[in-house]
Design a protein around this ligand. Structure first.
Ligand SMILES: CC(C)(COP(=O)(O)OP(=O)(O)OC[C@H]1O[C@@H](n2cnc3c(N)ncnc32)[C@H](O)[C@@H]1OP(=O)(O)O)[C@@H](O)C(=O)NCCC(=O)NCCS
Length: 192
């Protein structure tokens, strides 16, 4: 599934404003309100609010807004998923989870190592999606919302470990062809 985050511009703004969630999902502000908040934040500190259309191919299916504000006094607000929604007609199709992966990738690419978000404890679907992506409760409750955190640094390290494991396996495979004895010694040592 190809999901892209497209910065809000004159071509996608109206479509984003037309998106909404179900009435029984009072967990997110309207996109109109979020875009006004983004404009306010960026007027004070440019680039701190980053609103995006979530696109599945040519179709705009959702909206998200990220905060990247290293100067924010509250560590929870420095790097956070500020708003996130998939239109009511497009939910349950995997777009939310795919978009969350893109969001995480965006934070990583911007050198962020810890991402926060908060949501109502009653938001079972949201929590399911966040837990699945690796977010965990911090125990902090702010404005009646549970604060969740994702460590990206650990993931990066894990990935580095995976890469070096893959490299070792490759090296092992080539050693297996040319220098079988050496590899066996290595395995024996591991087993001891
Ligand atoms: C939360 C939201 C962004 C998820 O997007 P989505 O496109 O619906 O999510 P997906 O289709 O990718 O995945 C939905 C997952 O939730 C699960 N799910 C659906 N309803 C659920 C419920 N009531 N309780 C627990 N899990 C539920 C689905 O089974 C699926 O998980 P699976 O793939 O492991 O089976 C979207 O539903 C939404 O916009 N909700 C309203 C606004 C909101 O809550 N935003 C977050 C504010 S912090």
């Amino acid at each position: 599934m190809i999901i892209k985050l497209e910065p809000i511009n004159d071509n996608n703004r109206d479509a984003v404003l037309a998106l909404s969630v179900r009435e029984d999902q009072p967990f997110v502000a309207t996109n109109d309100y979020s875009l006004r908040e983004a404009a306010e934040a960026n007027a004070k500190a440019p680039g701190t609010a980053r609103p995006f259309a979530i696109c599945a191919g040519e179709k705009i299916v959702g909206f998200c807004m990220l905060a990247l504000d290293p100067e924010d006094k509250n560590p929870i607000d420095r790097y956070c998923l500020w708003r996130f929604m998939i239109d009511k007609t497009e939910q349950g199709k995997g777009y939310g989870q795919a978009a969350l992966q893109e969001i995480i990738r965006y934070f990583k690419e911007n050198g962020v190592d810890t991402v926060y978000l908060s949501t109502a404890p009653a938001n079972a679907r949201g929590l399911h999606v966040y837990h699945k992506a690796g977010f965990r409760e911090t125990g902090v409750i702010e404005d009646d919302e549970a604060v969740l955190r994702l460590w990206l640094e650990k993931k990066k390290k894990k990935r580095t470990e995976q890469i070096s494991l893959a490299r070792r396996q490759r090296e092992g495979a080539s050693a297996n062809q040319g220098e079988k004895r050496l590899r066996c010694e290595h395995c024996d040592r591991k087993r001891r």
